[in-house]
Ligand binder design. Structure first.
Ligand code: C5P
Length: 224
């Protein structure tokens, strides 16, 4: 059966501003915004809290069965709930960032979350951002964007974000975390981060948020 809803997939490296653009596009088009990275982060937080052994498949599967993730739209943001608890802030800490790519590389985790993401995009118009949305989750997405930005711009953006939240972190720690995550995300066996052949590439190092929004909206106009 042919799909009737419109799917926009936004992929790219860590801290490229994917979520910011995805959110703005969703608001403008009145689509549902889904941050797939937040789902991997919520699973990682659960694994950290429960000391899940990442080499024990049975333990991983049992943990995944206990995890329920919801997105709740509020006036100015979308909150993520892990088993009913709002973890929107806690999933952004360095502690989670340091572990998330390892957890995301696990086959069991990917299968569970990809399936949930596909279900979320079944009947609604959505904008989903992540690493494998245009390649694995929705290979038939109507519009695919691949975002990049220079490593320096990305590290500075992340630093500003974390300092604003009161985390004490250096730019060097952030640089290392970003390049470590990019490496793990691009080289893992299950749905690695790569640019879909039919994706439109946006390097946003020197673009404002409004300019990025405009580019995506004009691509949407061509495809809709
Ligand atoms: O997007 P964000 O940086 O919050 O994602 C956190 C991590 O989740 C990424 O570094 C990656 O390891 C993982 N991820 C993934 N697949 C996605 C989205 C995120 O593996 N679709």
């Amino acid at each position: 059966m042919e799909r009737v809803n419109f799917i926009i997939a936004i992929d790219g490296f860590s801290s490229c501003g994917k979520s910011t653009v995805a959110k703005a596009v969703a608001k403008k088009l009145q689509f549902v915004f889904i941050d797939s990275g937040a789902m991997y982060r919520a699973v990682t937080l659960y694994f950290l809290r429960h000391n899940i052994d990442l080499t024990d498949t049975a333990e991983i599967n049992a943990a995944l069965e206990q995890i329920h993730i919801d997105f709740i739209p509020r006036t100015d943001k979308v909150c993520i709930l892990l088993n009913g608890e709002d973890v929107s802030e806690e999933i952004r800490t360095m502690q989670v960032s340091e572990k998330v790519s390892e957890v995301s590389a696990l086959k069991e985790v990917r299968h569970a979350l990809v399936k949930q993401q596909q279900d979320l995009g079944k009947r609604r118009d959505i904008v989903m951002d992540g690493r494998d949305i245009g390649t694995t989750v929705f290979p038939d997405a109507d519009l695919k964007i691949f975002m990049t930005a220079s490593p320096d711009v990305r590290a500075r953006r992340r630093l500003t974000e974390l300092l604003a939240k009161g985390e004490s972190v250096s730019i060097e720690e952030i640089r290392q975390n970003l390049s470590h995550r990019d490496h793990l995300d691009s080289t893992r066996e299950e749905s690695p981060l790569r640019q879909a052949e039919d994706a439109i590439v946006i390097d946003n190092s020197d673009l404002t948020q409004d300019q990025q929004l405009e580019i995506v909206l004009s691509e949407y106009e061509k495809k809709k």
